[in-house]
Design a protein around this ligand. Structure first.
Ligand SMILES: C[S@@+](CC[C@H](N)C(=O)[O-])C[C@H]1O[C@@H](n2cnc3c(N)ncnc32)[C@H](O)[C@@H]1O
Length: 305
């Protein structure tokens, strides 16, 4: 399952391409179709942005984000479609964060590749205490997130700019330096990682998932999110992005976490589901540049030991 590549990259070069350039198949001038009722409600009730001002607002913010990185989800506007709240584990996640089943002591959630912090805002809107929320990203879109949600007065989540691959899951073997990112090791009850792992091939997804595992505390912790998968588990050459990626099925994703467990002395139960782009709330036309058989793989992975 290894690839032909010779080196590991931390973030894909296509995302860093010409900021002024918008003639990509994944940049839509108009992203109104993703300003769905749930998002309109959040922007109105949480961010106090009236509905008739929301379209202009999200277009301005999208272009600020596009100037930082030209990710397909940024250009297409699919970040406007709620994700974390669609997971079957969402009620459990919220309950743990609120501490309702734990005498009020709330759990900690770390969102890797948090981008604008949209999943974190959804948790905040649904009542999660924001002090226990952490966002990590290799490049900060955090201020753009504040521009989007206008919540500086109430959103107390922590942001750490850093490369997830720089986490040392074996501190005894490292320099011993405790960076803010490293200090999060062994502290997360829930790790969310969406649209990040799929940028790598199998081998580098394993490297990254071992860092994810290192952030967790112990049994019952959750790793949740989505990535692009496929109806067939395989390495693909993504012509549009000029990269090899490993595409998982739910079955290969379970084997993948078995390997992470075997290499880290942990064990994981994996629940994954392939969803069509329509089921994700995305326009399939926007994803015509992707590979045949590509779908979204939503996952909830539970640490057993
Ligand atoms: C495609 S965006 C997905 C954003 C968000 N999670 C979502 O689902 O809408 C990928 C995000 O991961 C971040 N990222 C990529 N490589 C990373 C790395 N090695 N460490 C931390 N963040 C990374 C990018 O900067 C970007 O914000």
């Amino acid at each position: 399952m290894s690839s032909e590549k010779t080196s590991t990259f931390s973030e894909p070069s296509y995302a860093k391409s010409d900021k002024a350039k918008t003639d990509y198949p994944w940049y839509s001038p108009n992203i109104d179709k993703y300003l769905v009722p749930e998002t309109q409600k959040l922007l109105e009730e949480y961010s106090n942005i009236p509905r008739d001002k929301q379209s202009e607002h999200v277009h301005e913010v999208r272009d600020q984000a596009w100037a930082i990185r030209s990710y397909p989800c940024t250009g297409l506007g699919v970040w406007l479609v709620p994700f974390i709240s669609t997971l079957p584990a969402y009620p459990t996640i919220l309950e743990r964060l609120k501490g309702t089943s734990n005498g009020g002591s709330g759990a900690r959630l770390i969102d890797i590749g948090c981008f604008l912090g949209s999943d974190l805002r959804r948790l905040a809107f649904d009542g999660a205490p924001t002090e226990n929320l952490y966002g990590i990203d290799i490049v900060s879109h955090w201020d753009v997130g504040f521009a989007l949600y206008r919540d500086q007065d109430k959103f107390k989540a922590h942001f750490i700019e850093g490369d997830m691959l720089s986490i040392n899951e074996d501190p005894d073997a490292g320099s011993g330096e405790t960076t803010p990112l490293q200090a999060l090791c062994g502290t997360a009850d829930i790790v969310s990682i969406s649209a990040v792992l799929h940028q790598w091939d199998w081998e580098d997804q394993i490297k990254a998932a071992k860092k994810v595992a290192a952030l967790t505390k112990g049994p019952d912790d959750l790793v949740v999110g989505y990535q692009i998968g496929n109806v067939e588990a395989k390495q693909i050459w993504n012509k549009a992005l000029q990269l090899h990626h490993w595409r998982h099925t739910p079955e290969s994703f379970a084997k993948f976490w078995d390997q992470v467990g075997a290499e880290t002395g942990t064990a994981w139960k994996t629940e994954g589901k392939l969803l069509s782009f329509e089921e994700m709330g995305w326009d399939p036309e926007d994803n015509r540049w992707m590979e045949l058989g590509d779908k979204a793989l939503n996952f909830v992975v539970t640490r057993l030991k």
